[in-house]
Each structure stands twice: as C-alpha cells, then as structure tokens.
Design a protein. Structure first.
Length: 156
C-alpha cells in the first residue's frame, strides 16, 4: 500500500503544478496520462513520459522521465550516510509525521478535484463506485479495472 500513497502524492503535485499553477495541461489530459500509466508496469514512469511527450514531443518525454527520477536518486545518495542517525531523532520523526499529515490532505483535495473532472455522468459515477468496491472488498488489481473501464468507454 505505501507505493500507492507515494503515487497519489505525486499526482497531487502534478495536478497543482501542471494543471493549476502553470496551466500546461488540462485536468482531462492529466487523467488521460494517469489512465495510460495505470495500464502499464511502472505507472509513474509512464505518466511522466506521457506528460513530457504532450508538452514537448520526444525531448520532453526524455526530460520528464529523467526529471521524475533523478532528484530521488540524488537525495538518497546524499542522505544515506545519515539515515541511522536521523531515525533516532525525535525532531526528525515529528517532522516526517507532519509531512505525512500534509500529504494526506493533498491526496484528499486532489482526489476530489480529479473526481469532479472524471465523474461526469451516471455511468462514470457507477463505474467509480463499483471500482472502489472491487478494489476494497475483493482486492481486484487496478489494472483490470482500467481495462474494464476502457472497454465500457469504447462500447458506451
């Protein structure tokens, strides 16, 4: 489950920066990028590459792919020597608790905003509710939900 939360936090930042602040993408384009990312392994990689391609073609796809991963690699390389010391620090742990609380708030606000763009008629609302039940109750893979939703979209 932690991987899902990291992914949702990334979507929050993409929504805030690319859609709201910079207006480089519409909410629908971001939703399309997320959908494309969900049907492939490595949704973050695929979504970043797709958004880069939308904005600047092949060079944009390459830049977005490198840009989404390079900061994390650099941060891990820089912080790794101090991890054991930081884990013992009460101040650092309190800081991380605050970051996690803020991330939850971002995820809720972004989910509501994207839902307003995606849930446009009774069919999409019904699919979302059924998908949430399938994920929560039956642990169905989200990949199958994306495929099913795409098929319903093609037929409907």
């Amino acid at each position: 489950m932690p991987a899902l939360w990291r992914w949702l936090r990334t979507v929050c930042f993409l929504q805030a920066d690319l859609v709201e602040r910079l207006e480089w993408l519409t909410s629908q384009q971001l939703l399309d990028a997320i959908a494309i990312g969900q049907i492939t392994p490595g949704p973050l990689f695929t979504t970043a590459t797709f958004i880069g391609y939308l904005l600047a073609g092949n060079p944009g796809a390459i830049a977005a792919t490198v840009g989404i991963f390079l900061p994390s690699f650099l941060l891990v390389a820089l912080v790794n020597p101090w991890v054991s010391t930081l884990q013992k620090s009460l101040i650092f742990r309190a800081f991380l608790d605050g970051v996690n609380a803020g991330a939850w708030g971002l995820m809720v606000v972004t989910t509501i905003g994207l839902a307003r763009s995606a849930l446009i008629d009774p069919l999409t609302i019904c699919l979302a509710v059924l998908g949430a039940i399938a994920l929560g109750r039956f642990s169905i893979s989200s990949h199958w939900l994306v495929v099913f939703g795409a098929l319903v979209g093609l037929v409907g």
